[in-house]
Design a protein around this ligand. Structure first.
Ligand code: AR6
Length: 231
């Protein structure tokens, strides 16, 4: 709602002589709500234990590479708390590199409740998935599968059975999913990032040459998947 309020100031509605009809106001509101927006968590930096400094460099670099292709679409990096280290690192680096803050910004909130709790409209969200594309396991994966209900699990199975590190799979969310109805999310993009946690599959044993390349591939696949949905 904050987007809508700032886009249509109240004086626009009140000025009768400027002949802005209520219908036009409605259309403008819908235009703001329809700005294609991808909300994504920081991939691999929690359960998968990827270095935050390196991850923040890769996030900002990859966003920079996509800026020219975005059109009016927006990218939003999300994390749960105001103390998020990765959010503050990325924020600082995005400013240093003069990244357009209308097209990329950070946001604090639960990725499954961005519209209802935070007033942020997002039509696509990314999931830091596991290689089996299964619900549970904690983190953002557990939260997204729980909020989306069984419809997401079924729709995911139709698209892919598993995922290799660095890859993404775009899943259209069925309209009976609570995430579709309640939050306005039409697609979930599952991505699998590089893993630096010895207790998880595809452990990279601190090989950051490989890890950085895979993380870059992961964000590239994610942003390409998003563009394929909105273009
Ligand atoms: N909303 C927004 N951000 C969140 C939420 C949420 N509800 N929950 C967590 N985050 P992680 P990974 C942030 O561990 O490191 C899973 O179990 C979190 O603070 O979810 O890629 C999968 O099944 C962090 O910044 O993903 C995989 O096995 C970011 O999301 C494995 O963990 C990613 O944290 C993937 O590990």
């Amino acid at each position: 709602t904050s987007d809508i309020q700032s886009a249509v100031p109240s004086h626009v509605i009140e000025k009768k002589d400027q002949s802005v009809t209520h219908e036009e106001v409605k259309v403008r509101n819908e235009q703001v709500a329809n700005v294609p927006t991808l909300a994504f968590p920081s991939i691999s930096t929690a359960d998968f234990q990827f270095n935050h400094e390196k991850a923040s460099d890769i996030i900002v670099e990859t966003i920079e590479e996509f800026m020219d292709k975005l059109g009016n679409a927006r990218l939003v990096l999300v994390d749960l708390g105001h103390g998020s280290k990765i959010l503050s690192l990325v924020k600082t680096k995005a400013v240093q590199r003069n990244i357009d803050s209308k097209r990329f910004f950070t946001f604090v909130g639960d990725i499954t409740r961005l519209h209802s709790d935070g007033g942020l409209h997002c039509n696509v969200i990314a999931n830091a998935a596991n290689w089996r594309l299964k619900p549970g396991g904690g983190g953002v994966n557990a939260a997204i599968f729980k909020a989306a209900g069984p419809a997401l699990e079924a729709a995911t199975k139709e698209r892919a059975k598993s995922l290799l590190p660095g890859n993404a799979v775009v899943v259209p969310l069925p309209s009976n999913s609570p995430l579709y109805n309640g939050e306005g999310i039409t697609h979930v993009i599952h991505v699998l990032g590089p893993n630096m946690n010895p207790h998880r599959p595809n452990y990279l044993d601190n090989d950051y040459t490989k890890g950085c390349k895979i993380l870059h591939d992961t964000y590239t696949s994610l942003f390409e998947g998003f563009l394929s949905v909105v273009q």
